[in-house]
Design a protein around this ligand. Structure first.
Ligand code: GLA
Length: 394
């Protein structure tokens, strides 16, 4: 018997670099996926190939310890899934043999890597007749993917496993929870690549991990100030418990908090801190706007998010900024970089009537000058909010 796992990529709509700080994100799973067509083997071995010359066939034993291949090798994502399951105590006595194909553009900040991790885990679970609750699997695969090096949060794996057609997903952490929110009719998400790869396993990894470190440092350094303010407000010093970003986002006087924290943090740490806090509150406002059907307001928050990622978090690029500027000129409701940044894609929110003018403007002003050609369907496309990963008989 043969099986096919289909696991979608994702586009994050708002809430960037918040997940590893324990704050919510708001992505959609998209109609671009990674597929693993496989048959079950009696031996504990994984053997996969791909029609693309870029991805050389590989095999490894499902025995601990599962060693990493060289950095950048695609088998590491499959190894990460297997390793995560074994470490979780899932017995993997049977292996899989098959082929990986897909339509998620690679190294574009659309989570092709997490889709591969999730697809591999679902294939191995199916081969061994094991089921895990999806939330548990999403959290497990988020930890497992760190084996590849990026100290990621859990957004990508959760979006891949919990996507709902026509819905955005509010994803919360510690503990992981997913709440689908319907996207109002008549609105489209256009994804546009900056043509600069954002490889999770390469250069962007160091920058990303550095941001995560800075956020932890900023929080630790500000605990005294934050707790002092809280104690002063309540008139009781004993309330000075360690803060989390989640506590801070819901603090009543966020402006006061920011000005107190500004005095003790270095300018860089303060900018990182401010991004996390303001982005955290934008996610809640954006969800409210979507539930109210006020997509202009949603778009406005996307633009604020982009500015914060550009100026405070410093993960945008000139090309991503150019795409956002062209999109806004073309009359979209909002646009921002999506994913980790450092290259990859931007996403624009358009009403039905703005999709064509946006695509024409991006083609004329961004792609044609750089490519000498119009963009392909992997470079610029409409992304539909879609179902999460499925395993089917092939
Ligand atoms: C990458 C990570 C996610 C998230 C985003 C930034 O995609 O895998 O966990 O941190 O970057 O929002």
């Amino acid at each position: 018997m043969s099986w096919r796992v289909t696991a979608p990529g994702r586009v994050n709509l708002i809430g960037e670099h918040t997940d590893y700080n324990g704050l919510p994100v708001f992505p959609i799973a998209i109609d671009r996926d990674v597929r693993v067509d496989f048959r079950v083997l009696d031996d504990p071995v994984v053997r996969l190939d791909s029609p693309s010359a870029r991805f050389v066939p590989f095999a490894f034993q499902l025995k601990r310890p599962i060693e990493a291949a060289v950095q950048g090798d695609w088998s590491n994502y499959v190894r990460a899934a297997a390793r995560g399951l074994l470490e979780h105590g899932v017995p993997l006595e049977r292996g899989i043999e098959g082929t990986v194909t897909g339509s998620v553009p690679i190294a574009s900040g659309l989570s092709s890597s997490s889709a591969l991790v999730v697809a591999s885990a679902l294939a191995l679970l199916k081969a061994n007749g094991v089921t895990l609750p999806r939330l548990e699997l999403a959290a497990l695969m988020a930890r497992a993917e760190r084996f590849v090096g990026l100290q990621g949060g859990g957004m990508d794996q959760a979006a891949c496993l919990h996507g709902v057609a026509g819905h955005a997903l509010r994803i919360e952490f510690d503990p992981l929870r997913v709440t689908p929110v319907p996207v109002p009719e008549g609105w489209r998400w256009v994804v546009a690549s900056s043509l600069v790869p954002a490889e999770k396993s390469a250069g962007a990894r160091e920058q990303y991990n550095e941001r995560a470190r800075q956020c932890r440092e900023a929080l630790t350094a500000s605990v005294g100030v934050v707790a002092g303010g809280r104690a002063a407000n309540s008139g009781n010093r004993a309330t000075s418990t360690a803060a989390t970003y989640r506590d801070l986002v819901s603090a009543p006087d966020s402006d006061g908090l920011l000005s107190r924290v500004r005095r003790i943090l270095s300018p860089v740490l303060f900018r990182r801190f401010r991004h996390v806090l303001t982005e955290g509150s934008r996610v809640a406002l954006a969800e409210r706007a979507m539930r109210d059907g006020d997509m202009r307001r949603f778009g406005h928050l996307m633009v604020r998010s982009h500015e914060s990622l550009r100026d405070d978090y410093e993960v945008s690029t000139d090309d991503l900024d150019a795409i956002v500027a062209i999109a806004l000129d073309a009359g979209v409701a909002g646009a921002r970089l999506t994913g980790a940044g450092f290259g990859g894609c931007a996403v624009a929110l358009c009403d039905d009537g703005t999709v064509a003018p946006l695509m024409e403007a991006l083609t004329a002003r961004f792609y044609q000058p750089r490519l000498g050609n119009p963009p392909t369907r992997d470079v610029m496309f409409v992304a539909k909010p879609s179902e999460g990963a499925v395993v089917q008989e092939a």
